[in-house]
Write a protein that binds this ligand. Sequence first.
Ligand code: HEC
Ligand code: HEC
Length: 346
Amino acid sequence: MTMNRAGLQRFATAAAVFGVAVAGFWLWWLPRPDERLPSREPAAAIERSTAALVPLPLVPDLPPDRVALGRALFEDVRLSHDNSLSCSSCHDLTTAGHDRRRFSVGVDGALGSVNAPSVFNASLNFAQFWDGRARSLEEQAAGPVHNPLEMASNWDEVIGKLQADGHFWREFRKVYPEGLTAANIVDAIATFERTLLTANAPFDRFLRGDLQALDAKALGGYRRFKELGCVSCHQGVNIGGNMFQRFGVMAEYFGDRGHLQIAAADLGRFNVTGREEDRYVFKVPSLRNVALTAPYFHDGSVAALEDAVAIMGRYQLGRQLSKEEISSLVAFLNSLTGKLPVSLQK
Ligand code: HEC
Ligand code: HEC
């Protein structure tokens, strides 16, 4: 059989198309590289499906003299007007870095208007305070000193007291040659706070490849956390703390709260920007160590983690979560409890 030129060309084209199809099928059929990894290990598979959550880093190397000075200042009652309170009065470092109260109690018994968040891992949040009004830990530290409902003091008063203490003054000069200034005080406190990371929670060990670190229930909770969409707001290294969101996306939380009048603090980010769309908008809190930091929400209105999760389902996702869903989510949240930094372990 002979073929003319046009016939040969048609044959060549058909062969090329067939070749590409075979190669394509072969490539498609070949297992993807990760499918060949630990044979369909479910834990590995769900871990691969997200890049949203990453393990907590270890404590960074920071000048030890500044860290030590920052810790001393954090525990120094002279930062409050009547020498009755230190930062650690409301952020207890021996537990979870908060005060277990609904609202904190300041100088002269003044009652605050929001729940105290933990200082642990706060350095990893993109902004500080529920409404994000401080951009950095340095900016944050001036807040409680001046807040009439907290330490009710001011830098002149604080520096005056610290300067009168010859020993403290000399020690301070060794670390900061320019001496006692508000900027140096907040620098030392913020440097100390950057060491307050609670690494090696079971979930972090899991993310680093120890697939046994989560039991089946916590693993189921992690899968739900992603499938239900909790992870769309609670994400990143702090599993929260990297965006602002409205409290009450799918239903009116504040309308339903009933027993509590809407207070100024409930307006959230609106108090900072004055923009209507920021009403009831808050920094999404980190869920690290959340099992230890009851009561929950900026209004400290919820005592049990199960109830906080149910409220999230209803108001943030528009879902009535079942008992089983809630308890597996809580098992996952329990796996976010880390270890105190070595310097604070007894
Ligand atoms: C009287 C109790 C009280 C004292 C004292 C206090 N705080 Fe707080 N702290 C709070 C409360 C309440 C908030 C939340 C305020 C808000 O969001 O508006 C807070 C928020 C913070 C935050 C923000 C955490 C986050 O995730 O947004 C940091 C960091 C912090 N405090 C550090 C300090 C430091 C440092 C000191 C000492 C200079 C201090 N606090 C003193 C009660 C206190
Ligand atoms: C649309 C964003 C969004 C989604 C989705 C979301 N959350 Fe939240 N979450 C928030 C915000 C904002 C807050 C803070 C509310 C407040 O107190 O003002 C919060 C608070 C919490 C708290 C309380 C933390 C504390 O320290 O007080 C828990 C626990 C929590 N969320 C768990 C979950 C779980 C579990 C899911 C999924 C079922 C979920 N969240 C879904 C935005 C969200």
